[in-house]
Design a protein around this ligand. Structure first.
Ligand code: ACO
Length: 355
């Protein structure tokens, strides 16, 4: 059995910087509130008609491909994690394959819908394929264009201020050096709280889950099915098509599950918190990361946070942060790196690897 190594990494952030003051022009919020609660100072927004989740993913992928010393045609499987796909279907996996011009090989493309933990889930799937020898070059992308799906009215301000756009990508290969590579991945979910952080519409639920939300929602679905409608006029008129979040509940779960799953990964490998050289937590909220850092007893040089500049980029946040930490020389060959995420679903997970 091979271990899986990250052979190349890249990221892409759109040029358009949106500060907290910019958001305050559009909704009742302010820089002090946002920084105090989340640590975020700015985020990036993609440009409509020019950029999408797929094109940003492709740009990050191109960097990762070049750094891995391969060409696009060498890729034999694509995994794409996002909650903000270009289309309801097909997924971004096939779109990025087209964007990168690798349709000739007809390699498989898989889409992952695990929100903030999408990158860790994708990494785990890729790891299984590499370990068994099925694939030699897997492209894993996490990319999000949240800016198109946010509610810029006061109703959405608790969610909207948190999220930003961007992409990160890695090329995964069998490790030749046995001291390098993924040690283990750990995946968890609890669907009890599916509606605590969700975009409930558009969807094909016909209102079935309506009683799961605290204030039952009327989505305006008709009694009899009618073709091809994911979004009713009622949903659009009543502002039901943007993400909603019970922020305090999410916060409480996150600070519990992050240390729990990191501890599980360390225990599985007979390692201790003090063995971690770099923790890359999903950039959910700076306060969550700081809480986890304190719980783990990690010094400032053993954790990488960049949510201050980019906001929460969901599936993209880990590869963007990992790429930035590596580019800044903070991760060196042989270092023990821990990746950990928690988010909507709820789903959460961790991975331990030697760089
Ligand atoms: N600007 C100004 N005021 C605001 C804003 C805003 N953007 N948003 C909400 N408020 C107001 C509320 O209306 C409320 O006012 P009230 O007291 O008059 O009713 C007050 O601020 C407090 O609101 P809370 O929602 O209780 O604020 P809280 O301290 O919980 O902070 C936050 C909200 C930042 C969302 C916090 O709960 C949080 O960070 N939770 C974790 C969320 C998270 O990390 N999500 C992402 C992880 S999962 C993923 O990545 C998909």
């Amino acid at each position: 059995m091979f271990k899986t190594k990250i052979a190349g990494i890249g990221s892409y952030l759109p040029d358009n910087i949106i500060t907290n003051d910019d958001l305050a022009q559009r909704m009742d919020t302010n820089d002090a509130w946002i920084q105090e609660r989340t640590g975020i100072q700015s985020r990036r927004y993609a440009t409509n008609f020019k950029e999408t989740t797929t094109t940003m993913g492709a740009k990050a992928a191109s960097v990762a491909i070049e750094r891995a010393g391969i060409i696009p045609e060498d890729i034999d499987f694509i995994i794409f994690a996002t909650l903000s796909p270009d289309y309801y279907f097909p997924g971004c996996g096939v779109l990025v394959q087209r964007e990168l011009g690798i349709t000739k090989t007809e390699c498989g493309a898989l889409d992952i819908r695990n929100q903030c933990s999408g990158f860790i889930y994708g990494l785990s799937v890729a790891d299984q394929f590499i370990k068994t020898g099925m694939y030699k070059n897997i492209l894993l992308i996490g990319s999000e264009m949240h800016s198109m799906g946010l509610d810029y009215s006061n109703d959405g301000r608790n969610v909207t201020v948190i999220f930003g756009d961007g992409a990160g990508a890695v090329i995964l290969q069998p490790a030749v050096n046995e001291k390098q590579g993924i040690l283990s991945t750990h995946l968890h979910a609890n669907g009890t709280y599916a509606e605590k952080l969700a975009t409930l519409s558009p969807g094909c639920h016909g209102g079935y889950h309506a009683s799961r939300v605290e204030t039952e929602i009327d989505y305006g679905f008709p009694d009899t099915p009618y073709g091809g409608i994911f979004v009713t006029e009622h949903m659009v008129k009543n502002n039901q098509v943007a993400a909603t979040m019970d922020g305090q509940f999410v916060f409480k779960m996150a600070v519990q599950k992050f240390p729990e799953v990191i501890g599980e990964a360390l225990k599985k490998n007979g390692l201790d918190k003090s063995d971690i050289d770099m923790l890359i937590p999903h950039q959910a909220n700076l306060r969550i990361s700081q809480f986890v850092q304190k719980q783990m007893g990690l010094t400032d040089d053993k954790i990488w946070n960049n949510i201050q500049k980019y906001g929460n980029t969901t599936a993209a946040s880990i590869p963007i942060a990992l790429c930035e930490a590596w580019e800044n020389g903070k991760i060196k060959e042989g270092d023990l790196v821990c990746l950990a995420a928690f988010g909507s679903g709820f789903t959460w997970g961790a991975a331990l690897l030697h760089w």
